[in-house]
Design a protein around this ligand. Sequence first.
Ligand code: ADP
Ligand code: LRH
Length: 470
Amino acid sequence: MTRFAAVDLGASSGRVIVSDASLTLTEVHRFPNGPVERGGSLHWDIRGLFGQIVDGLRRAGPVDSIGIDSWAVDYGLLDSSGDLLGDPFHYRDSRTDGVMDGVPRELLYGVSGLQFLPFNTVYQLLADRRLDAASVMLLVPDLLTYWLTGSVGAEVTNASTTGLLDVRTRTWSSSLIAELGLPAGIFPEIRRPGTAAGVVRPGLLGWSAPVTAVASHDTASAVAAVPASPGSRFAYISCGTWSLAGVELASPVLSPESLAANFTNEAGIDGTIRYLRNVMGLWLLQESLRVWGLTNADLGDLLRAASAEPAFASVVDPDLPAFLPPGDMPARIAAECARTGQPVPSTPAAFVRCILESLALGHRAAIRQAVELSGQEVEVVHLVGGGSRNALLCQLTADACGLPVVAGPVEATALGNLLVQARTAGVVGSSSEMRALVASTQRLERFEPSGSDAAAWEEAEARIGLLCGR
Ligand code: ADP
Ligand code: LRH
Protein backbone atom coordinates (compact mmCIF):
# COMPACT_ATOMS: atom_id res chain seq x y z
CA MET A 1 0.00 0.00 0.00
CA THR A 2 1.25 3.51 -0.80
CA ARG A 3 2.21 5.52 2.32
CA PHE A 4 3.14 9.16 2.62
CA ALA A 5 4.74 11.10 5.49
CA ALA A 6 4.00 14.75 6.22
CA VAL A 7 6.47 16.74 8.28
CA ASP A 8 4.43 19.71 9.49
CA LEU A 9 6.10 22.34 11.66
CA GLY A 10 3.80 24.88 13.26
CA ALA A 11 5.03 27.76 15.40
CA SER A 12 3.68 26.02 18.53
CA SER A 13 4.26 22.34 17.69
CA GLY A 14 5.67 20.04 15.05
CA ARG A 15 4.38 16.65 13.95
CA VAL A 16 5.14 13.78 11.64
CA ILE A 17 1.95 12.27 10.26
CA VAL A 18 1.66 9.20 8.04
CA SER A 19 -1.24 8.51 5.70
CA ASP A 20 -2.35 6.02 3.10
CA ALA A 21 -4.23 7.08 -0.02
CA SER A 22 -7.58 6.95 1.84
CA LEU A 23 -6.44 9.70 4.24
CA THR A 24 -6.37 7.57 7.37
CA LEU A 25 -3.90 9.59 9.45
CA THR A 26 -1.46 8.24 12.02
CA GLU A 27 0.42 10.79 14.07
CA VAL A 28 3.74 9.06 14.70
CA HIS A 29 5.47 11.93 16.49
CA ARG A 30 4.61 15.33 18.00
CA PHE A 31 7.00 17.77 19.66
CA PRO A 32 6.78 21.29 21.09
CA ASN A 33 8.11 24.32 19.23
CA GLY A 34 8.58 27.97 20.07
CA PRO A 35 11.03 30.85 20.22
CA VAL A 36 14.35 30.29 21.99
CA GLU A 37 16.49 33.15 23.26
CA ARG A 38 20.16 33.00 22.32
CA GLY A 39 22.61 35.88 22.71
CA GLY A 40 19.79 38.35 23.33
CA SER A 41 17.90 37.43 20.12
CA LEU A 42 14.98 35.13 19.34
CA HIS A 43 15.77 32.08 17.22
CA TRP A 44 14.39 28.68 16.24
CA ASP A 45 16.18 25.62 17.58
CA ILE A 46 16.54 24.35 14.03
CA ARG A 47 18.97 21.53 14.81
CA GLY A 48 16.68 20.31 17.61
CA LEU A 49 13.75 20.41 15.19
CA PHE A 50 15.69 18.48 12.56
CA GLY A 51 16.54 15.83 15.21
CA GLN A 52 12.82 15.51 16.02
CA ILE A 53 12.00 15.15 12.32
CA VAL A 54 14.58 12.39 11.87
CA ASP A 55 13.20 10.69 14.98
CA GLY A 56 9.63 10.98 13.62
CA LEU A 57 10.56 9.65 10.19
CA ARG A 58 12.37 6.68 11.77
CA ARG A 59 9.19 5.92 13.73
CA ALA A 60 7.18 6.22 10.50
CA GLY A 61 9.27 3.51 8.87
CA PRO A 62 9.71 3.29 5.10
CA VAL A 63 7.29 5.48 3.15
CA ASP A 64 6.88 6.16 -0.55
CA SER A 65 7.34 9.91 -0.25
CA ILE A 66 7.98 12.66 2.31
CA GLY A 67 6.74 16.28 2.23
CA ILE A 68 7.84 19.14 4.50
CA ASP A 69 5.98 22.33 5.39
CA SER A 70 6.43 24.99 8.07
CA TRP A 71 5.56 28.53 9.03
CA ALA A 72 6.62 31.15 6.49
CA VAL A 73 9.21 33.94 6.11
CA ASP A 74 12.13 32.61 8.23
CA TYR A 75 15.34 31.30 6.69
CA GLY A 76 18.83 29.98 7.20
CA LEU A 77 21.93 31.15 5.35
CA LEU A 78 24.52 28.69 4.06
CA ASP A 79 28.17 29.62 3.59
CA SER A 80 30.21 28.52 0.58
CA SER A 81 30.85 25.12 2.20
CA GLY A 82 27.12 24.52 2.67
CA ASP A 83 27.30 25.08 6.45
CA LEU A 84 24.61 27.00 8.31
CA LEU A 85 25.57 30.54 9.36
CA GLY A 86 23.92 30.55 12.81
CA ASP A 87 20.42 29.52 13.83
CA PRO A 88 17.55 31.08 11.87
CA PHE A 89 16.05 34.11 13.61
CA HIS A 90 12.47 33.86 14.85
CA TYR A 91 10.13 36.27 13.07
CA ARG A 92 9.19 37.77 16.45
CA ASP A 93 12.78 38.97 17.02
CA SER A 94 13.06 42.74 17.32
CA ARG A 95 15.96 43.20 14.88
CA THR A 96 13.51 44.19 12.11
CA ASP A 97 11.84 46.94 14.16
CA GLY A 98 11.52 50.03 11.96
CA VAL A 99 13.06 48.42 8.83
CA MET A 100 9.68 48.30 7.06
CA ASP A 101 9.33 52.10 7.24
CA GLY A 102 12.51 52.57 5.16
CA VAL A 103 11.15 50.89 2.00
CA PRO A 104 8.37 52.50 -0.08
CA ARG A 105 5.32 50.23 0.09
CA GLU A 106 4.19 50.87 -3.49
CA LEU A 107 7.56 49.63 -4.79
CA LEU A 108 7.05 46.25 -3.12
CA TYR A 109 3.29 45.75 -3.42
CA GLY A 110 3.10 46.24 -7.18
CA VAL A 111 5.54 43.34 -7.65
CA SER A 112 4.98 40.90 -4.79
CA GLY A 113 1.44 41.79 -3.67
CA LEU A 114 2.55 40.84 -0.15
CA GLN A 115 1.00 42.37 2.97
CA PHE A 116 3.24 44.52 5.14
CA LEU A 117 4.40 42.64 8.20
CA PRO A 118 7.56 43.81 9.95
CA PHE A 119 9.08 40.33 9.75
CA ASN A 120 8.68 39.64 6.01
CA THR A 121 11.86 37.98 4.71
CA VAL A 122 12.72 41.07 2.69
CA TYR A 123 12.98 43.16 5.89
CA GLN A 124 14.85 40.40 7.71
CA LEU A 125 17.40 40.27 4.87
CA LEU A 126 17.79 44.04 4.92
CA ALA A 127 18.56 43.79 8.67
CA ASP A 128 20.87 40.76 8.26
CA ARG A 129 24.56 41.39 8.93
CA ARG A 130 25.68 38.00 7.61
CA LEU A 131 24.90 38.43 3.92
CA ASP A 132 28.54 38.99 2.85
CA ALA A 133 29.36 35.47 4.06
CA ALA A 134 26.22 33.86 2.59
CA SER A 135 26.08 31.74 -0.55
CA VAL A 136 22.49 30.50 -0.29
CA MET A 137 19.30 31.58 1.48
CA LEU A 138 16.97 28.68 2.33
CA LEU A 139 13.52 29.13 3.86
CA VAL A 140 12.94 26.75 6.78
CA PRO A 141 11.30 23.83 4.88
CA ASP A 142 13.91 24.19 2.11
CA LEU A 143 16.71 24.10 4.70
CA LEU A 144 15.28 20.93 6.26
CA THR A 145 14.90 19.40 2.78
CA TYR A 146 18.55 20.26 2.13
CA TRP A 147 19.62 18.53 5.34
CA LEU A 148 17.51 15.48 4.48
CA THR A 149 18.60 15.20 0.85
CA GLY A 150 21.53 17.50 0.04
CA SER A 151 19.37 19.14 -2.62
CA VAL A 152 18.84 22.93 -2.83
CA GLY A 153 15.72 24.78 -4.03
CA ALA A 154 13.09 27.37 -3.11
CA GLU A 155 9.52 26.08 -3.00
CA VAL A 156 7.25 28.65 -4.58
CA THR A 157 4.34 28.99 -2.09
CA ASN A 158 6.74 29.81 0.71
CA ALA A 159 8.98 31.92 -1.56
CA SER A 160 5.90 34.09 -2.12
CA THR A 161 6.05 35.13 1.56
CA THR A 162 9.52 36.65 1.18
CA GLY A 163 8.31 39.80 -0.58
CA LEU A 164 10.84 39.18 -3.35
CA LEU A 165 8.77 36.98 -5.66
CA ASP A 166 6.93 38.47 -8.62
CA VAL A 167 3.34 37.39 -7.92
CA ARG A 168 2.43 37.41 -11.62
CA THR A 169 5.33 35.30 -12.95
CA ARG A 170 6.01 33.35 -9.72
CA THR A 171 9.76 33.84 -10.17
CA TRP A 172 12.25 35.86 -8.10
CA SER A 173 12.00 39.53 -8.99
CA SER A 174 15.55 40.34 -10.08
CA SER A 175 14.66 44.02 -10.43
CA LEU A 176 13.37 44.27 -6.86
CA ILE A 177 16.33 42.30 -5.51
CA ALA A 178 18.73 44.65 -7.37
CA GLU A 179 16.86 47.80 -6.33
CA LEU A 180 17.05 46.77 -2.66
CA GLY A 181 20.77 45.96 -2.97
CA LEU A 182 20.34 42.31 -1.98
CA PRO A 183 22.75 39.68 -3.39
CA ALA A 184 20.94 38.00 -6.31
CA GLY A 185 23.10 34.88 -6.11
CA ILE A 186 21.69 33.65 -2.79
CA PHE A 187 18.20 32.86 -4.12
CA PRO A 188 17.92 29.24 -5.29
CA GLU A 189 15.90 27.96 -8.20
CA ILE A 190 12.17 27.87 -7.70
CA ARG A 191 10.44 24.52 -7.16
CA ARG A 192 6.73 23.91 -7.73
CA PRO A 193 4.54 21.70 -5.54
CA GLY A 194 4.35 18.23 -7.01
CA THR A 195 7.93 18.15 -8.28
CA ALA A 196 10.87 16.14 -6.95
CA ALA A 197 12.91 17.78 -4.20
CA GLY A 198 15.62 15.14 -3.72
CA VAL A 199 16.11 11.73 -2.14
CA VAL A 200 16.86 11.10 1.55
CA ARG A 201 20.62 10.74 2.10
CA PRO A 202 21.80 7.15 2.62
CA GLY A 203 22.38 6.22 6.26
CA LEU A 204 20.19 8.96 7.77
CA LEU A 205 17.01 6.96 8.42
CA GLY A 206 18.00 3.37 7.68
CA TRP A 207 15.83 3.55 4.55
CA SER A 208 15.44 6.09 1.77
CA ALA A 209 12.54 7.82 0.02
CA PRO A 210 11.98 10.69 -2.36
CA VAL A 211 11.13 14.07 -0.87
CA THR A 212 8.30 15.67 -2.84
CA ALA A 213 7.96 19.46 -2.98
CA VAL A 214 4.56 20.15 -1.40
CA ALA A 215 2.98 23.53 -0.65
CA SER A 216 5.75 24.11 1.90
CA HIS A 217 4.10 27.23 3.35
CA ASP A 218 1.86 25.72 6.05
CA THR A 219 -0.98 28.10 5.21
CA ALA A 220 -0.84 27.09 1.53
CA SER A 221 -1.11 23.42 2.51
CA ALA A 222 -3.96 24.19 4.92
CA VAL A 223 -5.94 26.05 2.26
CA ALA A 224 -5.36 23.22 -0.24
CA ALA A 225 -7.15 20.94 2.28
CA VAL A 226 -10.13 23.22 2.99
CA PRO A 227 -13.13 20.85 2.62
CA ALA A 228 -15.11 23.22 0.37
CA SER A 229 -17.66 21.67 -2.00
CA PRO A 230 -17.11 22.34 -5.71
CA GLY A 231 -18.54 25.70 -6.70
CA SER A 232 -19.15 26.81 -3.11
CA ARG A 233 -18.40 30.43 -2.36
CA PHE A 234 -16.21 30.14 0.69
CA ALA A 235 -13.85 32.07 2.90
CA TYR A 236 -11.28 30.27 5.05
CA ILE A 237 -9.59 30.92 8.35
CA SER A 238 -6.45 28.87 8.92
CA CYS A 239 -6.49 29.22 12.68
CA GLY A 240 -3.50 28.28 14.84
CA THR A 241 -0.78 30.52 16.21
CA TRP A 242 -2.01 32.95 13.52
CA SER A 243 -5.45 33.33 11.97
CA LEU A 244 -5.08 33.65 8.24
CA ALA A 245 -8.46 34.86 7.01
CA GLY A 246 -9.49 35.46 3.42
CA VAL A 247 -10.57 33.98 0.09
CA GLU A 248 -9.01 31.99 -2.74
CA LEU A 249 -8.65 33.83 -6.06
CA ALA A 250 -7.50 33.05 -9.59
CA SER A 251 -5.45 36.25 -9.87
CA PRO A 252 -3.97 38.83 -7.51
CA VAL A 253 -5.61 42.07 -6.36
CA LEU A 254 -2.93 44.79 -6.33
CA SER A 255 -5.13 47.89 -6.04
CA PRO A 256 -4.23 50.87 -3.83
CA GLU A 257 -7.26 49.97 -1.66
CA SER A 258 -5.89 46.46 -1.20
CA LEU A 259 -2.48 47.86 -0.24
CA ALA A 260 -4.11 50.26 2.22
CA ALA A 261 -6.12 47.42 3.81
CA ASN A 262 -2.88 45.38 4.04
CA PHE A 263 -4.16 42.34 2.14
CA THR A 264 -1.71 39.77 0.88
CA ASN A 265 -1.59 37.83 -2.39
CA GLU A 266 0.34 34.67 -1.52
CA ALA A 267 0.92 31.84 -3.98
CA GLY A 268 -1.21 28.72 -3.58
CA ILE A 269 -1.10 25.40 -5.40
CA ASP A 270 -2.10 25.25 -9.06
CA GLY A 271 -1.64 28.98 -9.62
CA THR A 272 -4.22 30.02 -7.01
CA ILE A 273 -3.86 33.14 -4.88
CA ARG A 274 -4.44 33.26 -1.13
CA TYR A 275 -5.97 36.67 -0.69
CA LEU A 276 -5.98 37.20 3.06
CA ARG A 277 -4.88 39.20 6.04
CA ASN A 278 -3.00 37.94 9.09
CA VAL A 279 -4.96 38.24 12.33
CA MET A 280 -2.83 37.83 15.49
CA GLY A 281 -4.51 34.47 16.17
CA LEU A 282 -4.28 32.08 19.10
CA TRP A 283 -0.85 33.46 19.94
CA LEU A 284 -2.80 35.79 22.27
CA LEU A 285 -4.15 32.73 24.10
CA GLN A 286 -0.90 30.72 23.93
CA GLU A 287 1.11 33.52 25.55
CA SER A 288 -1.59 34.03 28.20
CA LEU A 289 -1.62 30.32 29.08
CA ARG A 290 2.17 30.42 29.42
CA VAL A 291 1.96 33.31 31.91
CA TRP A 292 -0.75 31.51 33.91
CA GLY A 293 1.30 28.29 33.99
CA LEU A 294 -1.42 26.44 32.02
CA THR A 295 -1.33 24.30 28.85
CA ASN A 296 -3.73 23.35 26.05
CA ALA A 297 -4.90 20.50 28.31
CA ASP A 298 -6.48 23.15 30.56
CA LEU A 299 -8.43 24.71 27.68
CA GLY A 300 -11.57 22.61 28.20
CA ASP A 301 -12.25 24.10 31.65
CA LEU A 302 -11.07 27.56 30.70
CA LEU A 303 -13.27 27.74 27.60
CA ARG A 304 -16.31 26.53 29.57
CA ALA A 305 -15.71 29.32 32.07
CA ALA A 306 -15.16 31.86 29.27
CA SER A 307 -18.51 30.85 27.69
CA ALA A 308 -20.27 31.86 30.90
CA GLU A 309 -18.61 35.31 31.01
CA PRO A 310 -20.70 38.34 29.96
CA ALA A 311 -20.42 39.24 26.28
CA PHE A 312 -18.47 42.28 25.04
CA ALA A 313 -17.25 43.42 28.47
CA SER A 314 -13.95 44.47 26.86
CA VAL A 315 -12.47 43.99 23.39
CA VAL A 316 -9.11 44.94 21.90
CA ASP A 317 -7.70 45.23 18.38
CA PRO A 318 -5.96 41.83 18.22
CA ASP A 319 -3.42 43.11 15.70
CA LEU A 320 -1.79 45.80 17.82
CA PRO A 321 1.99 45.66 17.24
CA ALA A 322 2.40 45.55 21.04
CA PHE A 323 0.99 41.99 21.03
CA LEU A 324 3.57 40.63 18.56
CA PRO A 325 6.59 39.86 20.77
CA PRO A 326 6.64 37.17 23.46
CA GLY A 327 5.98 38.37 27.00
CA ASP A 328 3.24 38.98 29.52
CA MET A 329 0.14 38.93 27.27
CA PRO A 330 -2.49 39.41 30.01
CA ALA A 331 -0.62 42.52 31.21
CA ARG A 332 -0.57 43.96 27.68
CA ILE A 333 -4.28 43.21 27.16
CA ALA A 334 -5.08 44.75 30.55
CA ALA A 335 -3.11 47.88 29.63
CA GLU A 336 -5.00 48.18 26.34
CA CYS A 337 -8.39 47.79 28.05
CA ALA A 338 -7.42 50.47 30.56
CA ARG A 339 -6.13 52.78 27.82
CA THR A 340 -9.43 52.49 25.92
CA GLY A 341 -11.54 53.04 29.06
CA GLN A 342 -12.93 49.50 29.25
CA PRO A 343 -13.10 47.23 32.28
CA VAL A 344 -9.83 45.39 32.87
CA PRO A 345 -10.46 41.60 32.93
CA SER A 346 -9.76 40.24 36.39
CA THR A 347 -9.82 36.45 35.88
CA PRO A 348 -8.31 34.10 33.26
CA ALA A 349 -11.87 33.34 32.05
CA ALA A 350 -12.55 37.05 31.49
CA PHE A 351 -9.24 37.46 29.60
CA VAL A 352 -10.08 34.45 27.42
CA ARG A 353 -13.52 35.87 26.61
CA CYS A 354 -11.88 39.18 25.67
CA ILE A 355 -9.29 37.40 23.49
CA LEU A 356 -11.82 35.25 21.64
CA GLU A 357 -14.30 38.06 21.00
CA SER A 358 -11.43 40.24 19.79
CA LEU A 359 -10.24 37.48 17.45
CA ALA A 360 -13.78 36.98 16.14
CA LEU A 361 -13.85 40.72 15.37
CA GLY A 362 -10.53 40.35 13.56
CA HIS A 363 -11.95 37.44 11.54
CA ARG A 364 -15.05 39.48 10.68
CA ALA A 365 -13.06 42.51 9.50
CA ALA A 366 -10.67 40.42 7.38
CA ILE A 367 -13.42 38.41 5.69
CA ARG A 368 -15.64 41.40 5.04
CA GLN A 369 -12.77 43.34 3.53
CA ALA A 370 -11.61 40.34 1.47
CA VAL A 371 -15.11 40.16 -0.05
CA GLU A 372 -15.27 43.90 -0.66
CA LEU A 373 -11.79 44.19 -2.21
CA SER A 374 -11.92 41.04 -4.35
CA GLY A 375 -15.60 41.23 -5.34
CA GLN A 376 -15.93 37.55 -4.44
CA GLU A 377 -19.07 36.81 -2.41
CA VAL A 378 -18.91 34.34 0.47
CA GLU A 379 -21.65 32.08 1.88
CA VAL A 380 -19.67 29.89 4.28
CA VAL A 381 -16.48 30.17 6.33
CA HIS A 382 -14.19 27.14 6.69
CA LEU A 383 -12.16 27.36 9.88
CA VAL A 384 -9.29 24.83 9.89
CA GLY A 385 -6.30 24.10 12.15
CA GLY A 386 -5.99 23.78 15.95
CA GLY A 387 -8.45 26.64 16.46
CA SER A 388 -11.23 24.45 15.03
CA ARG A 389 -11.14 22.56 18.37
CA ASN A 390 -12.24 25.77 20.10
CA ALA A 391 -16.07 25.66 19.84
CA LEU A 392 -16.48 29.03 21.54
CA LEU A 393 -14.20 30.72 19.00
CA CYS A 394 -16.01 28.99 16.11
CA GLN A 395 -19.43 30.12 17.41
CA LEU A 396 -18.23 33.69 18.04
CA THR A 397 -16.75 33.77 14.53
CA ALA A 398 -20.05 32.57 13.02
CA ASP A 399 -21.91 35.24 15.01
CA ALA A 400 -19.44 38.03 14.18
CA CYS A 401 -19.40 37.21 10.45
CA GLY A 402 -23.13 36.41 10.26
CA LEU A 403 -22.16 33.29 8.28
CA PRO A 404 -22.07 29.55 8.99
CA VAL A 405 -18.69 28.28 10.09
CA VAL A 406 -17.61 24.75 9.16
CA ALA A 407 -14.90 23.80 11.65
CA GLY A 408 -12.16 21.29 10.79
CA PRO A 409 -10.08 19.49 9.98
CA VAL A 410 -7.69 20.16 12.86
CA GLU A 411 -4.75 18.84 10.83
CA ALA A 412 -5.59 20.64 7.57
CA THR A 413 -1.96 21.56 6.98
CA ALA A 414 -0.67 17.99 7.23
CA LEU A 415 -3.59 16.88 5.03
CA GLY A 416 -2.72 19.42 2.33
CA ASN A 417 0.89 18.27 2.50
CA LEU A 418 -0.13 14.58 2.18
CA LEU A 419 -2.65 15.24 -0.59
CA VAL A 420 -0.14 16.97 -2.84
CA GLN A 421 2.11 13.93 -2.43
CA ALA A 422 -0.82 11.59 -3.17
CA ARG A 423 -1.72 13.61 -6.25
CA THR A 424 1.88 13.52 -7.43
CA ALA A 425 1.87 9.74 -7.01
CA GLY A 426 -1.30 9.57 -9.11
CA VAL A 427 -3.57 8.18 -6.39
CA VAL A 428 -5.73 11.33 -6.12
CA GLY A 429 -6.91 13.47 -9.03
CA SER A 430 -7.59 17.21 -9.15
CA SER A 431 -7.49 19.79 -6.35
CA SER A 432 -11.30 19.57 -6.07
CA GLU A 433 -11.00 15.79 -5.61
CA MET A 434 -8.45 16.50 -2.87
CA ARG A 435 -10.99 18.74 -1.12
CA ALA A 436 -13.81 16.24 -1.60
CA LEU A 437 -11.67 13.53 -0.03
CA VAL A 438 -11.04 15.74 3.01
CA ALA A 439 -14.77 16.48 3.30
CA SER A 440 -15.72 12.80 3.12
CA THR A 441 -13.04 11.46 5.49
CA GLN A 442 -12.45 14.08 8.21
CA ARG A 443 -14.55 15.15 11.20
CA LEU A 444 -16.22 18.52 10.59
CA GLU A 445 -18.61 20.52 12.75
CA ARG A 446 -21.02 23.21 11.57
CA PHE A 447 -21.78 26.38 13.61
CA GLU A 448 -24.75 28.47 12.47
CA PRO A 449 -24.81 32.19 13.35
CA SER A 450 -26.91 32.32 16.51
CA GLY A 451 -28.69 35.50 15.51
CA SER A 452 -26.97 37.20 18.44
CA ASP A 453 -27.34 40.93 18.44
CA ALA A 454 -25.81 42.24 15.18
CA ALA A 455 -25.82 45.75 16.64
CA ALA A 456 -23.71 44.54 19.56
CA TRP A 457 -21.02 43.25 17.18
CA GLU A 458 -21.10 46.55 15.32
CA GLU A 459 -20.75 48.48 18.57
CA ALA A 460 -17.81 46.28 19.65
CA GLU A 461 -16.16 46.73 16.27
CA ALA A 462 -16.59 50.49 16.45
CA ARG A 463 -15.13 50.43 19.97
CA ILE A 464 -11.79 49.22 18.66
CA GLY A 465 -11.97 50.96 15.27
CA LEU A 466 -10.93 47.75 13.53
CA LEU A 467 -12.12 48.63 10.04
CA CYS A 468 -11.07 52.25 9.96
CA GLY A 469 -7.99 52.06 12.16
CA ARG A 470 -5.82 50.00 9.82
P1 ADP B 1 0.41 26.02 14.87
O1 ADP B 1 0.41 25.12 13.66
O2 ADP B 1 0.51 27.47 14.54
O3 ADP B 1 1.42 25.60 15.89
P2 ADP B 1 -2.10 24.66 15.53
O4 ADP B 1 -2.89 24.63 14.27
O5 ADP B 1 -1.42 23.41 15.96
O6 ADP B 1 -1.03 25.86 15.51
O7 ADP B 1 -3.07 25.17 16.66
C1 ADP B 1 -2.63 25.34 17.97
C2 ADP B 1 -3.75 25.94 18.79
O8 ADP B 1 -4.85 25.02 18.83
C3 ADP B 1 -3.39 26.15 20.24
O9 ADP B 1 -2.72 27.38 20.43
C4 ADP B 1 -4.75 26.09 20.94
O10 ADP B 1 -5.31 27.37 21.09
C5 ADP B 1 -5.61 25.26 19.99
N1 ADP B 1 -5.92 24.00 20.67
C6 ADP B 1 -5.12 22.93 20.83
N2 ADP B 1 -5.73 21.98 21.56
C7 ADP B 1 -6.96 22.45 21.88
C8 ADP B 1 -8.08 21.95 22.63
N3 ADP B 1 -8.04 20.76 23.20
N4 ADP B 1 -9.17 22.74 22.74
C9 ADP B 1 -9.23 23.95 22.17
N5 ADP B 1 -8.19 24.47 21.46
C10 ADP B 1 -7.09 23.74 21.31
C1 LRH C 1 1.34 30.55 9.85
C2 LRH C 1 2.30 31.39 9.05
C3 LRH C 1 1.61 32.58 8.38
C4 LRH C 1 2.73 33.57 8.34
C5 LRH C 1 3.36 33.35 9.70
C6 LRH C 1 4.76 33.85 9.85
O1 LRH C 1 1.99 29.51 10.49
O2 LRH C 1 2.98 30.62 8.08
O3 LRH C 1 1.05 32.29 7.13
O4 LRH C 1 2.35 34.88 8.09
O5 LRH C 1 3.27 31.96 9.92
